[in-house]
Structure formats: structure tokens, C-alpha cells
Design a protein around this ligand. Structure first.
Ligand code: B12
Ligand code: SF4
Length: 522
């Protein structure tokens, strides 16, 4: 089959502010297995430019694909753009199949299949094996109901098939790196870059996060093979920066140390950046020198209420990272219902005491598949443009503070944190040249984000009479999420096709049929 993967231009800060663009790992991850199955696969990356819809349609028509595949990592806020572009492509190429995957469609399949008749099928959960099966079924015109892990229409009604089986061996599916020209993709201020995943999932259960539900169980790639792949990307394609897509790559100290040692042995000058938990940094105090030798320059840490570590662990982690020459970027979430000026003041003081190198302020954004959604279901939505549900816009009203006041605090905290003497010293005079570059690059982006966000606040109308979260997005779906891991000893449920309306208890998104505990953690 001729298959076109489309990465649409995303309207968010993460896509529009930096001059850099990272490769769309999710699409490359499904592209590799499809190429290996003998399909002719291309990637059209609309983030460059950004490409107007008309150009994307014209290039798609020129390729004459049998199937067009959509997915975006900024999934919820990217959906309106995917809806618009996929509709336009379906109009131009009515016989081409439109397939959609990723986090948002995984959970919003019912609405999408009801409201967007041009979408033929949705892949739910991790896509590598499922897309192979789906394309094979389309090619041989088999019944789609036999393909696990998809949603489609049967007799005009949206329905989902049995959950896909969790991929046990992540090394069995390769990334379709040949789909990109590495010279186009950069990060960290113009350095050639890739996004990779060492592991999938997370064993923790933070209530606002959907990682555990989506990936089902924590798994990791073979540490030595993974290090070899990074080294190859450097040697053959000149890649300098590796951005880890893992939420929690360090869950297993044993596997992580094996990876660090393997990468050190490869002796490649890579810059590694990603996220981890403060508790894992403290746990790994004795091997942090290996982190640095392998190339780690920065970790993003969710502070206190966002990653479940306590305040002293957060502070200790930041201190340990500094001792080892690793930058800390702290995320701080605002917009909780009862917040007052006093909370912001306290938060600022706590951030100052933590003294992270960089901060990223975010607005709490309830996704329907997380337990937090139930807690926020009654809250009033003030931002009904779904493209703005990207953590960088206030989407929910708070009881005691008007949105302009929240924004003032948001910007004030950022300003204090980035312009205090210690931060300025690190930006201007950091003794480590690599880290000085990183600090300067981030500060430059911050300077561009500021007017963008303030202009956006003035431009985008906020609703005073908005719906509640439950009215806006519909019923909670965390039951679907929490039922995703099959307990040891339980067997695989039978394959069945059913319509969502008749189902009271949601079916799991994916099942793990291996009863071993997640990964080889700890
Ligand atoms: C790397 C990353 C980025 C990179 C993006 C690089 C790139 N070009 O993709 C950068 C830093 C630029 C970024 C920016 C943003 N990001 Co981001 N990002 C991530 C991160 C850390 C990893 C994403 C990833 O690559 N995962 C690994 C791949 C393999 O998984 P995947 O994309 O889900 O794909 C798999 C399946 O979903 C499925 N699949 C996906 N697409 C498709 C398509 C088809 C057809 C099929 C069949 C299957 C399929 O198969 C794939 C393989 O199994 C996640 C957090 C996380 N750990 O997941 C956040 C995350 C995806 N980002 C998020 C957000 C909000 C954003 C921004 C909107 C932030 C902002 N305000 O600017 C922007 C959006 C712009 C953008 N370019 O993505 C949210 C999305 C939440 C949501 N539900 O919408 C996440 C989940 C973070 C979070 N904790 O909430 N991001
Ligand atoms: S927020 Fe982080 S630690 Fe918590 S469940 Fe999500 S990925 Fe895991």
C-alpha cells in the first residue's frame, strides 16, 4: 500500500516559538514496521513553515496514497487541526483511507467516529503492531473486527475491538528513521536532534496523569542495543541532542545503569535531556557521575504536587544534579480551584528555596482519561477553544481569582525565577560552556514566549458563562484507564467486538498477558 504519514502544524508554543523542530517519534515508530512489511511509506511534516492546509492537501494528492495516517504528540490541542486537514484530504481523495492514532483519539474515539465521518479507523494505544494488522486487513479487505486495539464503524455505529496486547519486546519494532532527513530536525538551539524512548509507561499513579493507563505497564528496551542505536544516530547522521520521550526512564536502577555504562562505552559526545522523578535522582546519588559521563545535561522534574515526591526530596534532587553538572528544570502547576494570592506567594518562596536552574509554569488541564478529571468535572471551562488545551492556557475558572490575576502571578513568578541574581549568573557566566549554552537558549525562548502568551491572553476571548468540564468533554474515562493491567494469573479475555452504548464497564485499552511484574524494576 502507499501510505502517507502526516504531522500537522500544531498551534502551541512548543511548535511555534522555537526555530527547532523535533522528529515526530510516534509517526516514525509506526512507519518503521510498515516499511518492513513492504509498504511504500512517506512522511509529510507540516510543522515546517508551518505548511498551510492547501499545501498539505496538494502534496498529499500528488503522492496518491491509499491510506493517510494522522497522529500528533500535542494530542488534545492538535486534534482540531487534524480534524480540519483530514477533512480536506478526504474531500480531495474520497477513496483514500483516513486512519488516526495517538493519545487523544485513543480515548475520544466515540466522538470522533460520530462527528467525523471521513475518519475510517482509530488505533487505540501503542500503534506498532496494531497498525500492521489494520493495514493488512484493509489490504485484504478482511473484517476490521478481527483487528485488536482499533475503533471503527460497524453498521454506522462506533465500536471498539478487543484491547491490543501490550508489546513485550520493544526492540522488536524499529523506528523508521529513514523517513526523515536528519538535517532538518534540531533542538537545543540548532543542534541536530532526535526524540527516543528507552522505556514506556510508569508504575506510579499520579491522579492527573494518563501515562500508566496509556502504556499499561512499564517496560524498557535492551540497554545495550538502545545505546548502540543512539551511537549510530550520532555517527551516521550527526545527531547531537537526544530528547527522551519517556516520562520515567529511570524506574529500574539496574537497567538504567546498564544503559549509561553502554553509552559511555560507545564514547559519543551526545547531549541527553528528558524527564525523571526527584526520588529516582536521590536514589541514584551514587551513580549520578555516570549520568553526566553518558551526556545528561538536563532533567525536567515535576515538583511536589506534580510527581509525588516530597519537598525535601525535590530540593535534594536539584542539589545533587547541580553537584554533578546537570541542569534542573522544575515544572510548577497552577490554576487549582481554591488558589489565592497567598498560595502563589507561598509557591514562589518554595521555588526560590528549591533554586532550580529553569522553570516551566503550567496550567492544570484535566484530561478525561485521568482520575483528576472527576475532581474537576464540576469546574467551569473558560477556554472553549480546544486548540488552547495545551497546559499553557488557563482553561478552568478558579474560585477566588480572575484569569488576569492568575496570569499576572504566572508571569511574575517566571520573571522572578529567571531574573534573580543566581539565575542571571548561570545564564551569563556558567562555568560549564555546554550548560551556559543551554541556559542562554532557554532564556532566549522565554523572551519570545512572554509577548506571545500575553498577546494570546488579550486575543483569545475567555468565557464567563462557560460549561462545566463534564458538559464540555463528556463522561469520565478513568475506569477505562485503571482497568488496563491484567492481574497476575488472569488470562487474556476473549476477542469480542461491541458497541460502546451497551457497555457499562469500559474495556481495557491494552492487556498484558505476561504475569511477570512490570519490567525488572529496582
Ligand atoms: C517529546 C514530547 C514533545 C516534543 C515533541 C517532539 C515531536 N516532534 O514529537 C516537544 C517538546 C516539541 C513537545 C511539544 C508539545 N507537547 Co509534548 N510531549 C512529548 C513527550 C515527552 C513524548 C511524546 C512522544 O514522542 N512519545 C513517544 C511516542 C512513541 O508515543 P506517541 O507519540 O504517543 O505514539 C505512539 C502511540 O500514541 C501511537 N500513535 C501515535 N500517533 C499515531 C498515529 C497513527 C496513525 C497510529 C496508528 C498510531 C499512533 O503509536 C505510537 C507508537 O506506539 C510527551 C510525554 C510522554 N512521555 O508521552 C509529551 C506530550 C505528548 N506533550 C504534550 C503537550 C501538551 C505538548 C505541547 C502542546 C506543549 C505546549 N504547550 O507547547 C506541545 C505540542 C507541540 C508538539 N510539537 O508536539 C502532552 C499531550 C497531552 C495531550 N493529551 O494532549 C504530553 C502527553 C505531555 C503530558 N504529560 O501531558 N512535546
Ligand atoms: S506524573 Fe510522572 S510519576 Fe506520576 S504517573 Fe505520570 S509519569 Fe508517573
Amino acid at each position: 500500500m502507499r501510505i502517507l504519514l502526516i504531522n500537522v502544524p500544531h498551534p502551541s508554543i512548543g511548535s511555534r516559538i522555537p526555530d527547532d523542530h523535533l522528529p515526530p517519534l510516534g509517526l516514525l515508530a509506526i512507519g518503521g514496521p510498515l516499511i518492513d512489511d513492504g509498504h511504500e511509506v512517506r512522511l509529510l511534516d507540516g510543522e515546517f513553515g508551518p505548511m498551510p492546509t492547501a499545501d498539505i492537501v496538494a502534496q498529499t494528492v500528488a503522492f496518491r496514497p491509499d491510506a493517510v495516517l494522522f497522529g500528533h504528540s500535542g494530542s488534545t490541542s492538535g486534534h482540531p487541526v487534524i480534524a480540519e486537514i483530514s477533512r480536506a484530504i478526504a474531500r480531495a481523495l474520497p477513496n483514500t483511507r483516513i486512519i488516526y492514532g495517538g493519545v487523544f483519539p485513543t480515548y475520544h474515539w466515540r466522538e470522533i467516529l460520530r462527528e467525523e465521518p471521513h475518519v475510517d479507523a482509530i488505533v487505540r494505544g501503542e500503534g506498532e503492531e496494531t497498525i500492521r494488522q489494520l493495514i493488512a486487513a484493509l489490504e485484504t479487505q478482511s473484517v476490521l473486527g478481527t483487528v485488536r486495539g482499533i475503533a471503527y464503524r460497524e453498521n454506522g455505529q462506533p465500536c471498539a475491538t478487543a484491547p491490543a496486547i501490550v508489546i513485550r519486546d520493544l526492540d522488536a519494532y524499529r523506528i523508521g528513521w529513514e523517513l526523515i532527513d536528519h538535517r532538518r530536525y534540531t533542538y537545543w538551539g540548532g543542534l541536530r536532534a532526535v526524540v527516543v524512548q528507552f522505556s514506556r509507561g510508569c508504575p506510579h499513579l499520579c491522579n492527573y496523569c494518563g501515562q500508566r493507563g496509556f502504556w499499561t505497564r512499564w517496560r524498557h528496551r535492551d540497554p545495550v542495543k538502545f545505546a548502540a542505536e543512539l551511537a549510530r544516530l550520532h555517527r551516521e547522521h550527526g545527531v547531537r541532542v537526544v530528547n527522551f520521550a519517556d516520562e520515567n526512564p529511570t524506574v529500574s536502577k539496574k537497567a538504567w545503569q546498564a544503559f549509561l555504562e553502554a553509552l559511555i562505552a560507545e564514547d559519543v559526545p551526545l547531549i541527553l535531556v528528558g524527564s525523571t522523578r526527584a526520588g529516582d535522582i536521590v536514589r541514584d546519588a551514587d551513580i549520578l557521575h555516570l549520568y553526566k559521563r553518558a551526556g545528561w545535561d538536563r532533567f525536567l522534574l515535576g515538583l511536589e504536587n506534580t510527581k509525588g515526591a516530597d519537598v525535601s526530596t525535590d530540593r535534594q534532587a536539584i542539589r545533587l544534579m547541580r553537584q554533578h553538572g546537570i541542569l534542573s528544570m522544575a515544572t510548577w502547576v497552577v490554576g487549582f480551584e481554591e488558589e489565592t494570592d497567598r498560595d502563589y506567594w507561598r509557591g514562589l518562596r518554595q521555588l526560590l528555596a528549591h533554586d532550580p536552574d529553569q522553570i516551566q509554569m503550567l496550567y492544570v488541564t484535566p484530561h478525561r482519561w485521568t482520575p483528576y478529571y472527576r475532581l474537576a468535572a464540576h469546574r467551569q471551562v473558560i477556554q472553549t477553544d480546544r486548540r488552547r488545551w495545551d497546559y499553557k492556557h488557563q482553561v478552568l475558572a478558579t474560585r477566588h481569582m480572575r484569569p488576569w490575576r492568575v496570569l499576572l502571578w504566572f508571569k511574575f513568578i517566571e520573571m522572578v525565577m529567571q531574573s534573580r541574581p543566581r539565575a542571571l549568573y548561570r545564564v551569563l557566566l556558567h562555568p560549564d560552556r555546554r550548560l551556559r549554552h543551554a541556559m542562554r537558549w532557554y532564556t532566549q525562548m522565554g523572551r519570545r514566549v512572554w509577548p506571545y502568551e500575553i498577546f494570546g491572553f488579550l486575543r483569545d476571548p475567555l468565557r464567563k458563562d462557560g460549561p462545566t468540564v463534564a458538559e464540555f468533554w463528556g463522561a469520565a474515562q478513568d475506569a477505562e484507564e485503571t482497568s488496563m493491567t491484567v492481574q497476575p494469573g488472569r488470562t487474556e479475555p476473549p476477542l469480542q467486538v461491541g458497541h460502546d452504548r451497551q457497555r457499562k464497564v469500559q474495556q481495557p485499552l491494552a492487556i498484558a498477558i505476561d504475569p511477570a511484574p512490570a519490567g525488572d524494576s529496582q
